[in-house]
Each structure stands twice: as C-alpha cells, then as structure tokens.
Ligand binder design. Sequence first.
Ligand code: RUB
Length: 318
Amino acid sequence: MNETSLCPEVRETAREIESMEIRGAATIADAAAGALSAQADASDAADPEAFRRDMRAAARELYATRPTAVSLPNALRYVLAGMEGPDIGALRNSVRYRASKFREDLTDAQERLGRIGSGRLRDGDVVMTHCHSTDAMACVEAAVDSGKELEAIVKETRPRNQGHITARQLRGLDVPVTLIADNAAHRFLDDVDHLLVGADSIAADGSVVNKIGTAGLAVSARDRGVPVMVAAQAIKLHPKTLTGAAIEIEQRDEAELIDPETRGEIGEIAVSNPAFDVTPPRHVDAIVTEHGQFPPESIVVLMRELFGESVEEPWTEP
Ligand code: RUB
C-alpha cells in the first residue's frame, strides 16, 4: 500500500550523477531539481499522500548518489519545502514551479557571483585552476566579457581529469591555457596571481570542501604569496555544519586509480581514493558568493541569514 513509483528520469539522473556523467556541485543540483520536476509530471499517484510519498522517494534516490556536494540536498530541500496544495494538480504545479525557480535562481546567482568575482581579477592576471567549477568559470567569463585579458594555468586534476573540461571552456573564451600535471603546481605558482577554485560544500567555520588536492594547493599558494579565491554560490553552504555536523567525504572506486591487473601484479596493497578534501579557513582569502565576497571566518553570518538554525529533511518519511 505504501509502494512508491519512480519515473525513469529520476533513475537515469541518479545513475548519471553517481557515474559522474553529471558532475560538479551546481550542475548536480540543477539536474536533481529537473528530475524532481519530471517525477511530478510523470506521477500517476492515486491520491495526494501517494504523490507526496513518490516525491520523497525520488528525492531519496537522488540524495543517495553522492554525499559531499551539499548543493544536492539544498536543491531537494528547496523543491520539496514548496510542495503544497489540496490535490494532485496543485501539488504537481507547486513542484514544477519550485524546480524551475530553483534552476533560474541558480543561473542568476552564478551570473551575479561571476560579476563580483571578476572584480578581483585584473587585466593581465594569470589564474591557476583545479578541477572544473562552473562558479569559478563564471568569474573568468565575466572578467573576459569586461575586456580583461587573462591567462590560465590549468591542473589536469587526476584521477578524472576535470582540468580538460576547464581547459576546453577557457579556450572557448580565448583565454591562453597551459595544462600542467597536478604534481607540477608548486613550480608554477610564482607565475600565478590567483588560485581560483570552486567548492562542493562550505562549513560554518569557513572550511572549504572541494576536489581532492585543493587543500595542499592552497598551502602551496599561501607559501608563495598567491591569494586563494573560492567561487561558491550560497547553495554550497552546508547548513548542518551550523550545529556541528561533519561533512562526509566521498570515497570513490579504487579502479579510478589502478586497474585490477596492475594491482594484481604489484601484490597486496590498500588503495584509497577520497574525492574531496578540506581546506581550512586560514588558507583561504575570499569566498565569492552571489551575495558578495566574504573572508571565510565571516561566512557563518550569511549561512545564519539564509538557513537559520533548523535544517529539515523533507524527503524522510514522517
Ligand atoms: C567537482 C568539484 C568542483 C565543485 C564546484 O568535483 O570539486 O570544484 O563541485 O563546481 P566532481 P561548480 O568532478 O567530483 O563533481 O562550481 O560547477 O558547482
């Protein structure tokens, strides 16, 4: 009687997020909101409670895909928190409306953030990037649009090589790109004016969770006197950290690092493949959001303003 039915779009989006065909915190959030909207469209629930149950089940399916980017639960929470109405038609419309509002706001926020972040970049500056972040790219794009000439040193970002995506997009903006191995970063930092990265989650104390390698890179940048700039929309703020919760770091398949045959040849080894790390606030100069830029220690003020103290999980069964 309490069975739920998930539409194919939800299952497919969940699969694509898990396999990283859909990746990057903002893009994951956008896709999750779209999948909830598709679920609302497709639902053949017999009554309003069955509809709500299907929506909660869809959100749980999406939530379970990747644990670190808080933009995902923030998207699910935003859409489900606005689900209201006396009948299925009204409920369906409310989900459609909230999902499309979330997606529009995401685009607007990124544009605003880009304009604010571009103010930190001067004509002729060289930025170093790690991974691929659409928020970081928005800052570069806004700077280029305002007539500044930039150059980029792009870390390839093993094991998944998201640096290739960054390099391709920067070339699309006509920005000269030097692709480097991750291990070479320290050597190039003397030629760099900014380290520019995104974030998957930001904790209340200003710690930045981003692609593995960011923390060490920030330490190196500090050592060379290079400012560390984090471009992150407010959906990257992790509300549960306001009450002391820790952010889970995703462990990915060891096959991303080593194929089974080579592993067998080497002999008995352990393999560990964390996808993200934590950069402490003392190694970050500025967090650029659509609401302005903040020293990491002050981000808690914005977090309180946006989320208050309570964090609901509207996808759990009452
Ligand atoms: C992506 C990553 C990005 C952030 C921010 O990791 O660490 O820096 O998600 O991206 P993965 P955006 O490739 O494992 O998803 O600014 O686009 O939200």
